[in-house]
Design a binder for this molecule. Structure first.
Ligand code: AMP
Ligand code: ZN
Length: 472
């Protein structure tokens, strides 16, 4: 099956293929670890995870990189305020970032690359840019000479207006030849971390970090590069210039950009202060499975307006899927299959895969799944759903979860909520409660129910006496 994705560079839908005929190589711009990630950041990472999981489920072998920006202006400023060294500050928020990724079911990349681990390679690359006339040193810093790279602006299609070629800047205000030139190496300032270089001590600029880490790990020409739409210009434009000016070959074939998550019509961002971290939401009792569902449910090229109401609806959707799966697993179904329902399951599966293969249309993929959930519940109520239908339905839910991963997360959350209560303990408490009910000691029976409920265990009384339990 051909998987189409919108390419920002060519402005077309294009089939994804591994350029080297073996593995699909992909790079994602990760977090600047000066603080916790907010759920706008995680929208981008969930969208990339959905793509990577879908490709894997369709038989692609993947080699993926996500970087961590652990030195830049904001890092230095925030570390100073917090009274940490930059390295200490970065270590705290890198750890928190990895925890958040795990909670959101985002699979770790093949390579997690920290910028500070690649500084010598960055210095070597900047030297090549200087040697070939694409960069120049000035007062201990190094700048990219945009005029030397005529393809500049192809990705963003940006009208650089006042920053167009030839717009000279006052040399007493700027150390750059042209305003649009950008920094590759920043000269050392007191109190900042620095590394040695031919231009004196200093640190790399943000853009060169991603060019060099991606090419070091994936090769000079690879398949796909991803990030939020705010990175198209200047970050990704600059990455292309830095890479192609040296190699003379296409840096990346495809560019995937994820639209913003908004709050009240504005981009969620740390600078606007309108953000929720994942931790904020978990502390308020929301579940990561619901957050992931909400982030994944809107196709990545559409803006997503975040509301707590939307999050509650997402939680209800996950619950609906979980409860169908519970019903399918309860057993006691007649052997064989209902042919009409079997055909519907096959159609839902095809619709689901086709929607994801069409530029990751997650909304349509979910519609196909929920249409089937409705049909399956009706068939279960009517006693029409047979054992083979249950197996086929469960297989489809499994395929769904290979990409959306919300059932796996919800299951884990339930286990965590009822942690410490193993099945034997729960069953012993249930027998105690049944015993109390037989004695008509309803106070005692209710107290046990409440205790189990608080630990995330739901009890259902069974007709004719006795009871059953499940993790909520
Ligand atoms: P940063 O740490 O600011 O470099 O951001 C990390 C990633 O999150 C980048 O790919 C950004 O484009 C992305 N991002 C930041 N804010 C949002 C948002 N509100 N919605 C979607 N993606 C975002
Ligand atoms: Zn980047």
């Amino acid at each position: 099956m051909e998987i189409l994705l919108y390419n920002t560079l060519t402005r077309r839908l294009e089939p994804l293929v591994a350029g080297d005929g073996r593995r699909f190589r992909m790079y994602t711009c990760g977090l600047t670890v000066y603080d916790y990630g907010h759920i706008g950041n995680y929208r981008t990472f969930v969208a990339v995870d959905v793509l990577q999981r879908f490709l894997a489920s369709q038989g692609f072998a993947l080699e993926t990189v996500m970087n961590i920006t652990d030195v830049d202006d904001k890092m230095i400023e925030r570390a100073r305020t917090a009274g940490h060294s930059v390295a200490e500050h970065a270590a705290i928020y890198t750890q928190a970032f990895l925890e958040d990724l795990g909670r959101l079911g985002i699979q770790p990349p093949t390579h997690l690359a920290k910028a500070t681990d690649y500084v010598p390679q960055m210095v070597a690359w900047i030297e090549r840019l200087v040697d070939s006339g694409h960069a120049y040193a000035s007062d201990g810093s190094v700048y990219f000479r945009v005029a030397s790279f005529p393809a500049y602006g192809r990705l963003s299609g940006k009208d650089l207006g006042g920053l167009q070629a030839g717009a000279r800047v006052e040399s007493d205000q700027y150390e750059k030849e042209e305003a649009r030139d950008f920094v590759l190496w920043k000269a050392h300032k007191p109190g900042e971390p620095s590394w040695p270089s031919p231009w004196g001590p200093g640190r790399p600029g943000w853009h060169i970090e991603c060019s060099v880490m991606s090419m070091t790990l994936l090769g000079e020409s690879f398949d796909l590069h991803a990030g939020g739409t705010d990175l198209i210009f200047p970050h990704h434009e600059n990455e292309i210039a830095q890479a192609e000016a040296v190699t003379g070959r296409p840096f990346v074939r495809g560019w995937m950009h994820v639209e913003f998550l908004l709050v009240n019509g504005e981009k969620m961002s740390k600078s606007l202060g309108n953000f929720f971290t994942l931790r904020d939401l978990l502390d308020q009792g929301y579940r990561a499975s619901a957050v992931r569902y909400l982030l994944a449910s809107v196709p990545y090229r559409r803006q997503l307006n975040f509301t707590l109401e939307g999050l509650q609806q997402a939680a209800a959707a996950v619950e609906r899927l979980m409860s169908l799966r519970d019903r399918l697993r309860q057993g006691g179904l007649a052997a064989g299959e209902d042919a009409e329902l079997a055909a519907k399951i096959t159609a839902a599966r095809a619709g689901y895969v086709a929607a994801l293969a069409d530029n990751l249309n997650t909304a349509e993929a979910l519609a196909a799944i929920f249409e089937l959930v409705r049909e399956a519940n009706i068939a279960l109520d009517a006693g029409r759903l047979r054992a083979a239908n249950a197996t086929a339905c469960e297989e489809l839910l499994h395929l769904f979860d290979q990409v959306f991963a919300v059932l796996t997360l919800a299951e884990r959350e339930k286990m965590e909520a009822s942690a410490g209560l193993d099945p034997a303990t729960i069953e012993a408490r249930l027998r105690e409660r049944d015993e109390a009910r037989r004695r008509r000691d309803f106070r005692r029976a209710d107290a046990i129910r409440a205790e189990l409920d608080a630990a995330g265990i739901a009890i259902e009384d069974v007709k004719g006496g006795g009871s059953r339990w499940r993790r909520k």
